[in-house]
Design a protein around this ligand. Structure first.
Ligand code: GDP
Ligand code: MG
Length: 340
């Protein structure tokens, strides 16, 4: 059992040493604990500092590409290195490294595939009242969109089993947190949470530059990913929202017309009915188109999972434990063939 702790870093020479100092080297039930950083084009000494403080693997980009891509590059690297469990934490020492043992416990016991640390944001002293309300509201929306019960949707402190990591594909540039939950919900990945208390703030958030833009980006992500994974629900819902007023208005028109057959007096509502009906019909067509694209995506995801496994098999990583995994129970054919 191999655990890799990954940390996305963008100019983190200041806080990386204290973050690394708190990370565990040994965990009960895990044979090997390794550390990996993803350097997202840092201009400071992040990489040197990481190496000097015992980081085992460094991957990264020459230029800044944003947290979501860095996160995925880390996941990919960890899988290639043969990680059975991946823990993601932040470089600003926001999350207590000592909790990692508890964070991976549900995965070790086979009770979950993704464990998300719940920061209990209502208890965080340096969060403003507005931020607390938005965090609560945002997490609630993500729960509805994903069909999961994750209390803290944007927490970056997570443990992920190999099978869940293989199924994770992030298309956003900005952050992976919300997208990965909606995706996991649609994949029926077992997600659980454990409550934690965060450390004191070491610096201002780099991701949340202003609350307004953060909310706008989050809403866009939720809409985008929701329509990607639940296209029928989203577009038929929209179609219904347009069709219902169209029907009501046309009933109103007919009643009015019978009572007072002077067409010119009611023609406005008839025009509105026509416009709404066309839009409703188009939404319905969109629903089928988007559903078609979504089913293609599912097949692509399956193909990519197999490619990742072939990659690992080629690099000589033992995949024998896959027989007992969640994934192989779902898709029986894939892993055994890779082993040979
Ligand atoms: N790869 C990458 N990581 C980033 C970027 N901005 C922030 N991070 C990392 O994302 C994590 C969280 O960032 P932080 O500024 O603490 O945001 P918070 O989640 O709002 O506290 C840290 O590990 C940062 O180094 C970026 O542009 N690229
Ligand atoms: Mg932070």
């Amino acid at each position: 059992m191999r655990l890799i702790i990954q940390i996305p870093c963008f100019n983190e020479e200041q806080t990386l040493p204290q973050t690394l100092a708190a990370l565990p080297r040994h965990i009960e039930g895990v044979d090997k604990v390794e550390w990996l950083i993803i350097d997202d084009g840092s201009k400071d000494r992040t990489v040197e500092v990481a190496r000097a403080h015992g980081v085992d693997h460094v991957v990264g980009f020459a230029q800044n590409r944003g947290l979501a891509r860095a996160f995925m590059a880390g996941i990919d690297a960890c899988l290639r290195l043969g990680a059975d469990i991946i823990v993601n934490t932040d470089a600003d020492n926001q999350y207590p490294g000592g909790v990692i043992e508890a964070l991976v416990a549900p995965i070790l016991k086979g009770e979950a595939e993704i464990v998300i640390a719940d920061r209990q944001t209502n208890l965080v002293e340096h969060f403003s009242a507005t931020k607390k309300v938005l965090q609560r509201l945002g997490s609630w929306v993500v729960r509805q969109a994903s069909g999961t019960d994750v209390p803290d949707a944007v927490s970056g402190f997570r443990a992920i089993s190999r099978e869940a990591a293989e199924r994770m594909f992030i298309v956003s540039d900005y952050t992976y947190t919300i997208e990965s939950i909606i995706q996991a919900g649609s994949h029926r990945t077992a997600i659980t949470s454990i409550p934690i208390r965060t450390n004191d703030k070491t610096r201002e958030s780099r991701l949340v530059k202003s609350i307004g833009s953060y909310v706008a980006r989050s809403v866009t992500t939720i809409l985008r990913i929701y329509t990607m994974y639940k296209p029928l629900k989203a577009f038929i819902g929209l179609g219904m929202a347009l069709a219902i007023p169209a029907v009501l208005l046309s009933i109103r028109f007919v009643v009015n017309y019978i009572m007072e057959p002077d067409l010119s007096r009611h023609v406005q509502s008839l025009i509105l009915v026509a416009i709404l009906s066309i839009m409703a019909f188009q939404s319905l067509m969109f629903a089928f188109l988007a559903d078609l694209i979504a089913s293609n995506r599912k097949m692509l995801e399956d193909a990519l999972i197999r490619i990742k496994r072939l990659d690992r098999a080629r690099e000589g990583i033992d995949t024998s434990r896959q027989g007992a995994s969640f994934e192989s129970r779902e898709r029986v054919a894939a892993p055994q063939e890779v082993e040979r």
